[in-house]
Design a protein around this ligand. Structure first.
Ligand SMILES: Nc1ncnc2c1ncn2[C@@H]1O[C@H](COP(=O)(O)OP(=O)(O)OP(=O)(O)O)[C@@H](O)[C@H]1O
Ligand SMILES: [Mg+2]
Length: 372
């Protein structure tokens, strides 16, 4: 039996926080309700000063959600939102990510997820560009990495945050394997190809990645935005997971995103999903900077003949229909795939080569528009 996000919210709206005299939904405490394979998960964001007294409320919330038909397991997490601060001490260990609940038991630990509530700026970061798509595998990570390197080569101070919980790929694309260190206060990001980089993937033991799904990772996303020592950045590029899920939602709600770039391949099915991403960002009131058509044209390395394997101009036409800027076409080329797989985005490996040009053009468009 499938349980929806609304079902979980409805159950939580029947639980009252005695401290506020309001139900948990009305008190705006519920974050990231999800249901997957019989397990319902949610986060309750609480005032850190009230952490201790919230244990029974969490228990009641879990009981209410656990009573929903179809729910076999419940994982509720309390997270504390803190006051605005430049960069907060890591909660536990270098990553500062709370551990997964043993055997699915309720996690009563208060994670420190300092989130400036008044200003949604990440300290030191001027602009945030989110790269998203409706469909998986269309090239968000490739575009994010190459765009970030192109912006850095244009003289910008650039960070790259891999926020793809289910399939983080920037570590591989940037050739990073080292675990980020902590100075006891903050998480120190890694450096690669002129970028300051951080990936959820680098913070998770590889074989445990699956356990780390769900709300706890939303907390981790918040920590990556606020506990990582990003330094002074002109722009932070955020590589989102595919679809219109909780990560995009959390990012846009928690941080002041300058704008989103939507990546699509030219064919109808990808465009259909791109439209869903557009609708999501519009709903979140996140400005959409435009659409990028990836895997646009394939030039045969043997005969030089161009082929439009996934069709052509679909994203351009869709951008027009949606009233959005069209930001450019990225060719489908073996070198782009190989360089990404080998840990050096094509713009870093061959910055003057033909395949890098589309990314330079995209970066120039954003800089000209004052967006990066
Ligand atoms: N323009 C391109 N030319 C050749 N290969 C490409 C191009 N863009 C992406 N690829 C390849 O396609 C695969 C998927 O790309 P990528 O990982 O960037 O997509 P994604 O949208 O981030 O996927 P996911 O939804 O899984 O996060 C990768 O192997 C990548 O190297
Ligand atoms: Mg990706």
């Amino acid at each position: 039996m499938s349980v929806t996000r609304e079902d979980i919210l409805k159950a939580l709206s029947r639980v009252v926080d005695p401290g506020q005299g309001k139900d948990l939904v009305a008190a705006d405490m519920v974050r990231a309700p999800v249901f997957e394979n019989g397990t319902a998960r949610f986060i309750l964001e609480v005032d850190p000063a009230r952490g201790r007294e919230m244990g029974p409320v969490l228990k009641a919330a879990e009981a209410a959600v656990g009573a929903l038909p179809g729910v076999t397991k419940v994982q509720g997490v309390l997270t504390a939102h803190g006051p605005a601060a430049p960069a907060q001490p890591a909660a536990r260990g270098p990553a500062g990510v709370p551990p997964p609940p043993p055997g699915g038991a309720p996690n009563l630990k208060i994670g420190r997820h300092p989130q400036p509530q008044a200003s949604k700026k990440i300290p030191g970061v001027d602009k945030i560009i989110a790269v998203g798509s409706g469909k998986g595998g269309v090239g968000k990570s490739t575009v994010s990495a190459n765009l970030a390197v192109a912006l850095a080569r244009a003289g910008k101070r650039v960070g790259l945050l891999d926020a793809d919980i289910h399939g983080p790929s920037q570590a591989r694309m940037l050739g990073l394997s080292e675990r980020p260190r902590s100075d006891g206060e903050t998480i120190i990001p890694l450096q690669a190809h002129g970028l300051t980089a951080m990936s959820i993937g680098l913070m998770l033991p590889e074989d445990e990645a699956v356990i780390w799904r769900g709300p706890m990772l939303m907390g981790a996303l918040q920590q990556m935005m606020n506990q990582v020592r990003w330094g002074e950045l002109d722009v932070l590029v955020v590589d989102l997971p595919p679809g219109t899920g909780d990560v995009a939602l959390s990012l846009c709600q928690k941080a002041e995103v300058t704008g989103a770039i939507i990546v699509s391949t030219p064919q109808d099915v990808a465009l259909l999903d791109a439209k869903k991403a557009v609708a999501m960002f519009r709903k979140l009131e996140t400005p959409i900077l435009g659409l990028v058509e990836n895997m646009s044209v394939f030039v045969c390395p043997h005969c030089g003949q161009p082929s439009h394997i996934f069709g052509h101009d679909g994203a351009k036409a869709e951008a027009q229909r949606l009233g959005l800027p069209f930001l450019g076409e990225i060719p489908l080329h073996l070198d782009i795939r190989v360089s990404g797989d080998e840990g050096a985005p094509i713009v870093a490996r061959d910055p003057d080569g033909p395949q890098a040009q589309a990314f330079h053009a995209l970066a120039a468009k954003l800089i000209d528009g004052g967006l990066a």
